[in-house]
Design a protein around this ligand. Structure first.
Ligand code: 5AD
Ligand code: FES
Length: 353
């Protein structure tokens, strides 16, 4: 039996030690205990979102990246990575297809690709907003200067996703080269929030060297930042990285973290990620049942999908957008939820006082 308010209190006020011991406890707890945690998270999500699952159309428009994150398959030093870049027109075609299929949010994601200057990016954003004024534009382009973020916002972008990856500086340094810093990443997130974006942070679960204390630091960072969106997913090794030989985790710890985050920040928009679906054929459904409330099917042209390879064995790389949409709506209904194609900006109709 989970005392939800007691748990939420501990998560909102506890230090790393206390939170780490909660995570540790659940990671070794019997299935019944973990299921009670998931039910508590589900109940919490129900208050703000009912049964709804929001859909976002993901457009992975460039696999070029100037960064070299050690865990990522499209890091610049991976000579085996096939690089592609969609043109402005190709991005617009993905949006047209997405809009036709019913999407009201487009997520433009890429590596940190210098070809897409502020001018080019803003032209894409403005074009999408002009053609589809009822749609939200979410960006996921990495770390940029404040001025660039402002220009994207002024061009009409609504949301920005930038996972912090890990909130522990030492852990961060083991996953990234020294030219990247946790400090700058956090600064970007606070800047984005201040500009007025709906902001998404998040991290990988079971990334190399990660401890329960690290995960506790992630929780503490999230409760300080209070992002609108929180993206977490399991770390999955990529064959062309130094972490190729690491083990692929089970879904267990990711589900626990999803549930704890839902209980700590009940109004958050939390995706059940493709990475979760990759390590378990029912992963996305399990994520929704542990408190997630968003899915992000892929709208990128199938011919490029396998080349946006952050980790091995990614699912849905052979399917057309319409096929994934069909598959995912059926799965979601079967799991007892209701696909929702509104913009899904936040809690809607179930808020209770
Ligand atoms: N396994 C799982 N997730 C990964 N990401 C990058 N590489 C991997 C990997 N090997 C995640 C990062 C990034 C997001 C777009 O994908 O958290 O922010
Ligand atoms: Fe892509 Fe099922 S969601 S094939």
């Amino acid at each position: 039996m989970v005392h939800r308010s007691e748990l939420s209190n501990k998560l909102l006020t506890g230090g790393t030690g206390e939170i780490a011991s909660i995570i540790n406890y659940y990671s070794g707890a019997p299935l019944a205990e973990r299921e009670a945690l998931f039910s508590a998270a589900l109940e919490e999500r129900r208050k703000y979102y009912g049964n709804l699952v929001f859909f976002r159309g993901l457009i992975e428009f460039s696999s070029y990246c100037k960064n070299d994150c050690y865990y990522c398959g499209i890091r610049r030093s991976n000579r085996n990575a096939v690089r592609y870049r969609l043109s402005h027109e190709e991005i617009m075609r993905c949006c047209a297809e997405g809009r036709r299929l019913g999407f009201r949010t487009f997520v433009l994601q890429s590596g940190e690709d210098l070809y897409y200057t502020d001018e080019r990016m803003c032209a894409v954003i403005a074009d999408i907003k002009e053609h589809y004024p009822d749609c939200a534009v979410t960006l996921s382009l990495g770390e940029k200067a404040e001025e660039s973020y402002r220009r994207y916002y002024d061009a009409g972008a609504d949301r920005y996703l930038l996972r912090h990856e890990t909130a522990d500086g030492q852990h961060y340094a083991r996953l990234h080269p020294s030219e990247m810093s946790l400090e700058n990443r956090k600064k970007c997130l606070y800047t984005l929030k201040e500009i007025g974006f709906q902001v998404g942070a998040g991290f990988m679960v079971e990334s190399p060297y990660q401890t329960f204390e690290n995960l506790a630091s992630d929780m503490i960072f999230l409760r300080e930042l209070r992002p609108h969106m929180i993206g977490i997913g399991p770390f999955i090794p990529h064959r062309d990285t130094i972490f190729a030989g690491e083990k692929t985790p089970s879904v267990d710890l990711t589900l626990i973290m999803l549930a704890l985050i839902r209980i700590m920040l009940p109004e958050a928009l939390i995706p059940s990620t493709t990475a979760l679906g990759t390590i378990d054929s029912q992963g996305r459904e399990k994520g929704l049942k542990a408190g997630a409330n968003v899915v992000m099917p892929n709208l990128s042209p199938p011919r490029h999908r396998k080349d946006y390879s952050l980790y091995d064995n990614k699912i849905c790389t052979g399917e057309e957008a319409a096929e994934c949409l069909d598959c995912l709506t059926r799965r979601i209904r079967f799991a007892g939820f209701e696909p929702d194609f509104s913009r899904g900006d936040g809690p809607v109709m179930y808020a209770v006082s």
